[in-house]
Write a protein that binds this ligand. Structure first.
Ligand code: HEC
Ligand code: HEC
Ligand code: HEC
Ligand code: HEC
Ligand code: HEC
Length: 385
């Protein structure tokens, strides 16, 4: 018996342990749960994300029965993860985890550390159940809080400290500095060794900005039903699908008109390349309105096209970056448009995006989906005096 158990551990079959369901968390953390439910971390499976499904349906690993995407898209599905590790057929089944919490609350809150990997990074999951890491944010003097009752000096008003359901560990710096995100987000190489979603992270000079402050800003409402804080960290994870407006302030557009030209500068304050996923394409569109007539200037696109033998290719077969025009981390780009401006002209500049590049959308059968329409991220207007 001992031998069998240690063998199981050795091949990592049960090393990840079981993850408690998000439904348990919902009762005490209803606001966070509700935000999470709308987030892409709840919608990351093929059953909840039509874009992920469309790409998976064309992927050669599907025929081979190897849903290797699970590592990042559905790590809470431990049965599927075990099948992958043991080399069995591993295809996602429409179960409760895939639908309700493919990247669950407890998966994230048990990430103890991140290990550098060759094709992608590896999340080290703590084996303690009901023991969650969180950011300290100057909140507590103790670093590990087990639920207990405290009473004031007179012995009155016993109140609960911590959570009656779980222990909280505030000592993990990855939850304050944003490192917990990079296990899945830093890079992903295909079998040809090409990094298909290079984010090219570059730390900000401002030490207090990171993945968490930008994508999980503090929003109104207490952390739990048992506590009374004014705010909590947004669990909708602002991104191009969900709550993009929350991110607009990190991209600054500036219009500088001259006699013969209009210059528009785009300043990227994010710690990474913008619109990094190879399916995305962004556009800067400039219009001038004069006497009720509008003039549309040629749009400028931002993209990263992957290819093979000098032709565009799907991410899994690509061997090179064919062409790219990107907004890198902390980069400012100045674009000039030829246009003779006149006094009274109203200039409008818009930076927007397609989640799925319209050309790719056709190949994926997504041309009529909401992901293939143009969405605005930032707009700036200026009237010439
Ligand atoms: C019985 C109620 C209850 C349940 C169930 C519960 N929690 Fe909590 N949780 C709390 C309380 C109370 C706190 C302490 C909040 C505070 O001190 O501000 C807390 C704190 C936390 C924190 C740290 C918050 C901080 O202060 O930074 C995390 C992370 C957390 N819970 C995650 C979870 C997850 C994940 C689940 C579901 C598996 C869960 N909780 C289920 C009551 C609960
Ligand atoms: C190393 C982790 C990792 C692995 C493995 C992985 N992905 Fe992803 N995937 C991500 C992350 C992170 C994002 C979000 C990126 C973003 O929004 O810029 C993403 C986004 C996507 C998207 C865009 C979805 C949308 O709605 O816009 C598609 C499509 C996708 N992945 C397909 C796949 C497929 C198919 C596989 C398996 C063959 C796979 N991924 C494996 C991390 C991974
Ligand atoms: C277990 C892997 C994993 C971890 C850990 C993770 N993510 Fe993600 N994240 C994903 C995947 C996969 C997607 C893409 C889902 C899809 O589009 O189908 C995603 C999508 C996103 C998006 C895009 C949302 C949108 O609306 O377009 C943002 C933003 C994001 N993650 C931020 C974060 C941040 C911040 C952290 C750290 C607190 C984090 N992620 C941790 C896997 C992960
Ligand atoms: C993608 C990873 C990820 C997922 C999924 C996730 N969390 Fe968190 N959560 C974090 C990080 C990172 C923080 C720390 C943010 C901070 O405190 O600034 C956090 C903070 C918290 C806090 C403390 C809030 C605060 O303002 O201090 C609670 C409570 C919590 N999470 C509960 C949950 C519950 C419940 C779920 C599922 C419904 C969940 N988390 C899903 C990454 C995640
Ligand atoms: C200063 C703010 C800022 C910081 C810091 C930051 N981001 Fe972003 N992030 C943005 C903005 C703005 C966008 C929207 C434009 C875009 O999609 O590229 C974005 C987009 C994203 C997306 C969606 C990309 C896509 O194409 O769908 C992901 C995923 C993401 N960030 C992850 C991260 C992670 C992980 C970190 C930490 C390592 C991080 N971000 C740090 C501002 C920030």
């Amino acid at each position: 018996m001992y031998l069998i158990l240690s063998l199981l551990f050795a091949v990592g079959l049960i090393a990840d342990g079981n993850f408690n369901s998000s439904h348990i968390c919902k009762s005490c953390h209803p606001l966070i749960y509700k935000e999470y439910f709308d987030s892409m971390h709840r919608r990351s499976s093929i059953f909840n994300d039509p874009v992920h499904k469309a790409v998976w349906d064309l992927h050669p690993l599907k025929k081979r029965g190897r849903y290797s995407c699970a590592k990042c898209h559905t790590p809470s599905d431990t049965k599927l993860m075990e099948a992958l590790k043991s080399g069995k057929t591993a295809l996602p089944k429409e179960n409760d985890i895939q639908l309700q919490e493919p990247i669950g609350c407890t998966y994230c809150h048990r990430i103890e550390n991140i290990k550098k990997g060759s094709k992608s990074n590896i999340n080290i999951i703590s084996d303690k159940e009901r023991y969650y890491f969180a950011a300290k944010n100057g909140k507590n003097e103790e670093s590990v809080i087990k639920y207990h009752k405290s009473s004031d000096m007179m012995g009155f008003g016993k109140k609960g400290i911590g959570s009656p359901f779980h222990t909280i560990d505030y000592s993990n710096p990855n939850f304050s500095n944003g490192k917990i995100c990079i296990g899945c987000h830093e890079f992903k190489k295909n079998s040809k060794g090409l990094d298909v979603c290079a984010m090219d992270f570059e730390r900000s000079e401002k030490s207090d900005t990171n993945c968490i402050t930008c994508h999980m800003p503090q929003v109104n409402g207490p952390i739990s039903t048992l506590t009374s804080e004014k705010s909590h960290a947004f669990h909708g994870f602002a991104g191009l699908h969900n709550s993009p407006k929350m991110l607009a302030k990190y991209i600054k557009l500036k219009i500088v008109p001259a006699d013969e030209t209009i210059a528009v500068s785009i300043k990227n304050e994010a710690d990474h390349r913008l619109f990094a996923h190879p399916l995305r394409v962004a556009q800067l569109r400039v219009t001038v309105i004069r006497d009720g007539k509008s003039f549309t200037l040629p749009a400028v696109s931002f993209y990263r096209i992957l290819g093979k033998e000098s032709r565009p290719a799907m991410p899994w077969e690509a061997t090179e970056v064919l062409k790219e025009y990107s907004l890198e981390a902390h980069d400012t780009k100045r674009l000039e448009f030829n246009f003779k401006t006149e006094s009274g002209d109203l200039i409008e500049a818009t930076l927007g995006y397609y989640i799925v590049n319209p050309k790719a959308a056709k190949k994926l059968g997504l041309q009529d989906s909401k992901e293939s329409s143009f969405k605005t991220l930032v707009t700036q207007k200026m009237q010439i005096k």
